[in-house]
Design a protein around this ligand. Structure first.
Ligand code: HPA
Length: 252
């Protein structure tokens, strides 16, 4: 049986490979029935709460989005005692309210990924699950996150649709134009199958999108080329707000 002493697990995305707020940290590398997670799970405290942190791509960003063992990452967090997960996802912004450095807490998603292991029901003999996924993010967890943002005076976009693309390349302008027509506000490469697997595992799950850049053709400069320097620079700035939000959230 897992220990149940973790208040919140946090998965860090591109540019978020550690949490400066985490103290008294120990590390675990849990082997799961799905294999090994992307790296060690760092377990410590933020304020009054026990927190587990995992870098989705590995701490050296060695694992590309389509090769991440999403099942092992989530199972590892569950094994160390987490029952709810805050996913930090570095994303591109599509709609006007989701410009670079914005924080977005989406309430919907569209999955454009392919060829990834996207369910626990892969192996013969595993029960077939048809989990409800109408609301892909856990409402109570979203509410807590939004309340903490408000208390910490951190601006956050409440709601929006996350479009999950395959990567690792960025999208074409036509692909982003289509995603806009589909109703997507932000685009990233790791939101799925993570959210679906979390639901299958019975984990609470919410996403905090950190907008690193305008998605292809979505910004004011029609000739803009997206660079990793831009992405990492904007994530570094926005992560300070994420830290304030987390300290506020986990203080009590
Ligand atoms: N597209 C997909 N994923 C991303 C982007 C983007 O523009 N920026 C950061 N992650």
């Amino acid at each position: 049986m897992p220990m149940t002493d973790i208040d919140l697990a946090i998965i860090g995305g591109t540019g978020v490979y550690a949490l400066a707020e985490l103290s008294d940290t120990r590390s675990e590398l849990p082997e799961t029935r799905y294999g090994m997670p992307s790296g060690p799970v760092r377990i410590g405290t933020i304020g009054a709460r026990r927190v587990a942190f995992l870098a989705r791509h590995g701490e050296g960003h060695g694992v590309p989005p389509h090769r991440i063992n999403y099942r092992a990452n989530l199972a590892a967090l569950q094994q160390v005692g987490a029952s709810r997960v805050l996913a930090l996802n570095t994303v591109g912004g599509i709609t006007a309210r989701c410009g670079p450095r914005a924080l977005v807490c989406p309430d919907q998603l569209i999955d454009y990924t392919w060829g990834r292991i996207s369910t626990l029901c892969e192996e013969a003999g595993t029960p077939v699950l048809h989990v409800d996924f109408g609301d892909p993010y856990t409402a109570a967890l979203r509410r807590e996150l939004l309340a903490a943002a408000s208390a910490a005076q951190v601006a956050i976009v409440d709601g929006g649709c996350y479009g999950a693309t395959q990567g690792p390349r960025l999208e074409t302008r036509a692909e982003i134009a289509r995603m806009r027509r589909d109703g997507c506000d932000i685009v990233g490469m790791t939101g799925m199958p993570e959210a679906g697997l979390a639901r299958e595992l019975g984990l609470g799950y919410a996403c905090l999108g950190i907008v690193a850049n305008w998605a292809a053709g979505a910004g004011p400069d029609p000739d803009e080329v997206i660079t990793m320097d831009e992405v990492l620079g904007n994530v570094a700035v926005a992560t300070a707000d994420v830290g304030r939000l987390l300290r506020q959230w986990l203080a009590g």
